[in-house]
Design a protein around this ligand. Structure first.
Ligand code: AMP
Ligand code: MN
Ligand code: MN
Ligand code: MN
Length: 279
């Protein structure tokens, strides 16, 4: 079983890298990519944890990108985690995350949530701070009853707790990943709330910018999503990737390695010559 999209406490996931690896092994995953938001911090820990399970880790990252005033996520796979081009690019995004967190906290404090930045920072620990940490605060304080509601009412664009930021450009993200020897993958193409026309525009722009692959099967993909994405991948000549986007055991609607099969005519990313697991 293979799963090429997952999160740990190094970003907005709830399991530490070693716990994530154990949970994946428990589910029968043999090849796992840890793809934290804008950081490669957890890879070494995941790699050493995998040694005590019958499992291999693929280096991964999920880079935040701004394209056409929208946020997209570009996954890097099988790169050198020490590549200076990649790590300096990620350092810039990490600075934007912190600065955005300060503006988010100011907005939430106006809504009555005292000490939002300090409290979200505690929840994030040493990991990259993100909107899900603020969502957890709002649930704790009784502003909403779950993450979905926190995003819908407060943290989405246009809502009172949303602070916009400029992430990496699409071409920069792809270039950093490829400069590090990796494969650039367009994450969850159905996860951006785009119309069909905009989704195709996005896939075309990604392919045009030199992107390599797109996710066809995610933890929440319906059969028709797989069919539509497979058509996009064929049309734009992209490789196919699969990943649950696991964040937490509480997400009972998805599981590590719980993925639909890839349509047989697509070329999986793991057949690409650049694809390798960590030593
Ligand atoms: P950020 O990168 O800090 O803007 O946070 C984005 C993250 O928030 C995503 O990677 C998801 O993990 C989470 N997220 C986004 N939208 C929702 C939602 N509607 N419900 C729950 N979690 C969400
Ligand atoms: Mn996330
Ligand atoms: Mn994502
Ligand atoms: Mn993700």
């Amino acid at each position: 079983m293979i799963d090429l999209h997952s999160h740990s406490t190094c970003s907005d996931g709830r399991l530490a890298p070693a716990e994530l690896v154990a949970a994946a092994a428990e589910n029968g995953v043999k090849t796992l990519a840890l793809t934290d938001h804008d950081t490669v911090e957890g890879l070494a820990r995941a790699g050493s944890a995998a040694a005590s399970h019958d499992m291999a880790i693929v280096s991964g990252v999920e880079i935040s990108v701004t394209w056409q005033r929208r946020t997209l996520h570009i996954i890097g796979l099988a790169f050198d985690p020490e590549s200076p081009a990649l790590t300096s690019g990620l350092a810039g995004i990490q600075a934007s995350r912190l600065e955005r967190a300060e503006r988010t906290a100011t907005k939430l404090e106006k809504l009555g949530i005292a000490g939002a930045l300090a409290r979200a920072s505690v929840l994030a620990g040493e990991g990259q701070i993100g909107r899900p940490h603020f969502a957890r605060l709002m649930i704790e304080d009784g502003y909403c009853k779950n993450m979905q509601q926190a995003f819908k009412r407060y943290l989405r664009p246009g809502k009172p707790g949303y602070a916009a930021t400029e992430w990496a450009s699409l071409t920069d993200a792809i270039d950093w990943i490829q400069a590090a020897g990796g494969i650039a993958v367009l994450a969850h193409p159905h996860g951006y709330g785009l119309s069909g026309a905009w989704r195709r525009r996005m896939v075309a722009a990604f392919a045009e910018a030199g992107g390599d692959a797109m996710e066809i099967c995610t933890g929440t993909s319906k059969a028709e999503h797989v069919a539509v994405s497979a058509r996009d991948a064929r049309e734009y000549g992209l490789l196919a990737s699969v990943g649950s986007d696991f964040h937490a055991p509480e997400q009972h609607w998805l599981s590590l390695g719980g993925l639909r099969p890839l349509p047989g005519d697509l070329t999986p990313v793991w057949q690409d010559t650049r694809f390798r697991t960590m030593a």
